[in-house]
Design a protein around this ligand. Structure first.
Ligand code: HEC
Length: 171
């Protein structure tokens, strides 16, 4: 090694030692400390009341308390989305796409003679109560898996109450 390389080597060494000492001194003056809590906080709803969670896990909101105030005209408007498949009038016309709905509230499920129901709907049993209709119209596929009503459901509890109140007038 020449004197020159020795000097350079020493300089680099000294510089390294100074840098290390610097860091050491800095730690002495301001000791690093870890945070007790995360520096920021993300609010994640975990109480089961988020809309997605409610829709996925807890089923439709009950509507009994909405029935007394339900708006029949609003129900008639909502029923337009059913007319492609169902007749709503007293004629009880049986369409190939769906059974007639006149008088359906309070009737046994799948009870129209002359309409071919899915076995899922036939085997479900029971009566079309307000509660049962609330569940079915909220999400037909989830309420009665395997039934053939190809309808995505009505999200708004007020719309479901209005529609069922309207259907109740058809007796
Ligand atoms: C795309 C066609 C279609 C639409 C739209 C539709 N339905 Fe249906 N609906 C059906 C079919 C098909 C069945 C029979 C399902 C089965 O047998 O599984 C049915 C069954 C029903 C039943 C049971 C009837 C019974 O006799 O037991 C009710 C109640 C009903 N639908 C209400 C509605 C209402 C209210 C709407 C509008 C919000 C609606 N449906 C929209 C096709 C439809």
């Amino acid at each position: 090694m020449t004197m020159e390389t020795n000097k350079i080597f020493a300089a680099v060494l000294v510089a390294g030692i100074i840098a290390m000492l610097g860091g050491f001194m800095a730690d002495l003056v301001m000791p690093p400390r870890s945070l007790d809590e995360p520096a920021y906080h993300i609010d994640v709803p975990d109480d089961g009341t988020g809309p997605a969670v409610a829709a996925a896990d807890t089923g439709p909101e009950p509507i009994e308390h909405l029935m007394a105030e339900a708006d029949i005209d609003r129900g008639r408007r909502v029923s337009r989305s059913c007319l492609a498949c169902h007749s709503f009038d007293q004629s009880r016309e049986i369409r190939p796409q769906g059974p007639p709905l006149w008088g359906v509230v309070g009737k046994p499920l799948a009870s129209i003679d002359g309409f071919t129901y899915s076995s899922a709907l036939q085997e479900e049993g029971g009566t079309w109560t307000v509660e049962k209709l609330n569940e079915y119209l909220w999400n037909p596929r989830r309420a009665i898996p395997g039934n053939r009503m190809n309808y995505r459901g009505i999200r708004s509890p007020e719309d479901r109450a209005a529609l069922i109140a309207y259907m109740k007038t058809m007796q």
